[in-house]
Design a protein. Structure first.
Length: 351
């Protein structure tokens, strides 16, 4: 009986000790994981309107950061490049100079400070969104990080700006001959200009704000953009034909002035990286879902939509092979390899 009491007493003491120890460890862990973030307000510039994906991602990020920092870190999002008077190139320069803290710009826009950032917009670089995410989250992102560091910018993440499709007001486009004589508005990019010339169209560089009126007046016949932008610009009102062929992909890169980034404490940097990853994932899902829904809406509203198969894309790819190989040579082997772009037949200059 005495032995039983001794055993019982020992077990009770052990239980008390274990409970006390667990409580102490839990209290210590809880105390250690509760981070007090310094008060910080950051500016975030984007080129898109209130309804475009760059603005939406910026706003999503701002909400996430505020919540997870207990309201200590706030981000003010400025659409339409309002901080730079609507000028995207000037907006990028502001981030480089530290006048703006954070920004999200398409690689085609960022090519104003480094043309090689435009490499992934080469036609049919990616087969689909999954391939784009896989490459950009690995070797492609590493390439962006290296190039941007040379401009005193810290690369923090990327999200879809979307695959570019064609709409026009003349007729359906399913093969190269359908493009002959069509006047297509394009952004001012060497890649786009050479692509459209090679496949037989008449490309015209034009400010996006002028496109709708130009189509109405017959100055141009069509435009190429992602489905969300095509919808927000109400192109469906003046364009009755759409070709879905994923001919070019563009993504937005989230960047921070490196001096501003380096001035932040490690906990703040860690929080921002985590929140930016979540915001980029959210942006990707949003684009992928919206694109399908929007094209379905176009069809219901009477737009004639052609989905081109891999076989139908072959004649277009053959027409652009020579001009694209010349561009690959200009971008260089490192850039092409970072995005899995074939370099067969490309003659690179020796360093």
């Amino acid at each position: 009986m005495k032995q039983f009491k001794r055993i019982l007493a020992g077990l009770t003491a052990a239980a008390v000790f274990t409970t006390s120890f667990t409580t102490a460890v839990y209290a210590k862990t809880t105390k250690e994981t509760k981070v007090e973030y310094p008060k910080l307000n950051l500016s975030f510039a984007v080129n898109g309107t209130d309804t475009q994906i760059d603005t939406k991602v910026g706003q999503y990020l701002a909400e996430l950061v505020s919540k997870k920092s207990g309201g200590n870190i706030t981000i003010d999002v400025f659409p339409n490049d309002t901080l730079a008077g609507g000028n995207a190139t000037k907006g990028i320069e502001y981030v480089c100079a530290g006048a703006t803290d954070l920004a999200a710009y398409a690689t085609s826009t960022l090519s104003a400070i480094d043309p090689k950032l435009n490499i992934a917009t080469m036609p049919w670089t990616f087969a689909d969104y999954d391939e784009a995410k896989e490459i950009i989250n690995t070797t492609g992102g590493d390439y962006y990080e290296k190039r941007l560091a040379n401009k005193k910018l810290t690369y923090l993440g990327a999200f879809h700006n979307g695959f570019r499709q064609l709409t026009n007001s003349k007729h359906s486009v399913k093969e190269p001959k359908d493009l002959k004589g069509l006047k297509i508005r394009i952004p001012g990019s060497k890649i786009y200009m050479e692509f459209w010339e090679a496949i037989g169209a008449s490309p015209t560089a034009m400010s996006w704000s002028e496109v709708f009126t130009a189509i109405q007046q017959g100055t141009i016949d069509g435009q190429e953009n992602g489905a969300p932008i095509t919808k927000s610009a109400k192109m469906y009102e003046v364009q009755k034909y759409m070709t879905v062929w994923n001919y070019a992909y563009d993504c937005d890169l989230i960047i921070c002035n490196t001096k501003v980034w380096d001035s932040m404490d490690k906990n703040t940097q860690k929080l921002l990286r985590e929140c930016i990853k979540d915001a980029c994932d959210w942006g990707n899902e949003t684009i992928e879902t919206e694109e399908k829904e929007i094209i379905s809406e176009f069809i219901k509203d009477g737009m004639q939509v052609e989905y081109l198969s891999e076989g139908q894309l072959v004649p277009f790819k053959e027409l652009i092979e020579n001009s694209m190989n010349q561009l690959k040579a200009e971008y260089g082997k490192e850039a092409c390899e970072a995005f899995g772009i074939s370099t067969d037949g490309v003659k690179f200059k020796k360093k």
